[in-house]
Ligand binder design. Structure first.
Ligand code: ASP
Length: 404
């Protein structure tokens, strides 16, 4: 009974995705209609997801930590997670830079004389670090600042473990709250097929022509790199470290993958990702810690996009990036991915930081801004797949460690 239910949601999302593409292409000349009357329903759906995501991150990380009952265990999971995230992200940029260089000859050279791009205040690396720590108990939730919510959850989780037996009631109250928010999320997720349709259709209607337009080669390069990274890095690591057949992994991840592709939001996909990875066998305590963290700091797809775009923008300005410059990009893009929020368009803002680090004009972002959403759909898909892969791997490694 359960299996048919699961299949049906995945199938519904898939059908919605296909219908959105067909409807979007048919509506090519009426993009205004799609944007005025279809997109708002997508926005309502995203709003509901945003509404639920803060309590989900707070309670799932906190309850995940409490259920481990041991600060050392949290440390061990945290370390494995962060090492996996940083290594795969650095690898992703290398793939992005390699792909960019390989296909550079086929990139269009667009005149850069009239370009302007208003970069929002670039956050320096040190600012990013400082901003992780909340100065107010409520503001992280009010402003939906995920990194600060994670710090809060870790602090509270540790404190609850340290207070020990005395606080049984608090623990059970938090677990109950966690269950309630999860139920709420399940209810919202039932609407995902409608959400997927209403989010994707306007994007296709407004960008359909642009896809086949001048940036097709750059988009194609990014998508080839997304595929290579997902197929090579995730297949190999999920098999060797996670002990799972990659086909089973990708199959089980399909609902989350389709949702990420349509919504372009890692944070928005978090509830569905938790669902998929648990069904795939990730431990709840691990997934509820690893996934919210990943949705906030692990952005492999974004890193690939930044590598490809840096090469493309440099080429348009007639600049050839040197090896040291590429090394700098690897470093800054890895750090930038930590500061990138898991919401649509965030990666493009962080591209400014990457370009600046190697002296490329930030105005160049204007070259890719028009089709950012198309880049974003692919990079978000890679981002959440990387998070899921990590939760399977860490679950497996922890199981082995405790079995020893
Ligand atoms: N939209 C991406 C995400 O949610 C972030 C980005 O813009 O690169 O993962």
């Amino acid at each position: 009974m359960k299996a048919t239910k699961k299949m049906s949601l995945a199938m519904q999302i898939f059908i919605a995705l296909i219908l959105a593409i067909i409807a979007g292409l048919l509506m090519g000349n009426h993009a205004d209609f799609a944007n005025s009357y279809i997109k708002p329903f997508g926005t309502i759906f995203l709003n509901l997801i945003k509404f639920i995501v803060c309590p989900i991150v707070l309670f799932s990380i906190m309850c995940g930590i409490i259920s481990m009952r041991d600060i050392k265990k949290v440390g061990s999971i945290g370390l494995k997670t962060v090492v996996y995230y940083l290594c795969t992200t650095a690898f992703a940029i290398v793939i992005g830079l390699a792909g960019g260089n390989l296909f550079k000859g086929m990139f269009p050279v667009i005149a850069t004389t009239d370009l302007t791009y208003e970069a929002s205040e670039a956050t320096s690396f040190m600012d990013t670090i400082v901003n992780i720590f909340p100065s107010n108990f409520l503001s992280p939730i009010v402003n939906a600042n995920m990194l600060q919510i994670i710090v809060m959850a870790i602090l509270l989780g540790f404190a609850i473990i340290l207070v020990g037996e005395k606080n049984k009631q608090v623990v059970s109250a938090f677990n109950d709250l966690n269950d309630i928010f999860m139920k709420c999320m399940e209810m919202i997720l039932k609407l995902s097929p409608i959400g997927v349709f209403c989010l994707l259709c306007p994007v296709i209607a407004s960008n359909g022509a642009a896809i086949i337009g001048s940036l097709a080669m750059v988009l194609l390069t990014a998508y080839i790199c997304y595929f290579v990274h997902a197929l090579v890095v995730y297949s190999i690591t999920v098999k060797s470290l996670g002990g799972m057949n990659p086909v089973t992994f990708f199959k089980g991840m399909m609902p989350a993958i389709m949702f990420a592709f349509s919504s372009a939001s890692s944070v928005g996909t978090l509830p569905l990702n938790l669902n998929c990875t648990e069904k795939l066998g990730a431990d709840r305590e691990v997934a509820s810690f690893v996934l919210p963290l990943g949705a906030t700091i692990n952005m492999d797809g974004t890193a690939i996009y930044q590598g490809v775009c840096a090469i493309f923008i440099a080429a348009c300005y007639g600049i050839n990036l040197t090896l040291p410059q590429m090394m700098t990009i690897i470093l800054t893009a890895t750090l930038a991915s930590i500061g990138t929020a898991g919401v649509p368009g965030a990666g493009m803002v962080m591209l400014a930081m990457v370009l600046t680090s190697v002296g490329l004009p930030v105005d160049g972002i204007a070259l890719v801004a028009g089709v950012d959403r198309i880049f974003d759909m692919g990079r978000t898909t890679v981002n959440i797949t990387g998070d899921a892969c990590c939760s399977i791997i860490v679950s497996n490694l922890e199981r082995k460690r405790t079995a020893r």
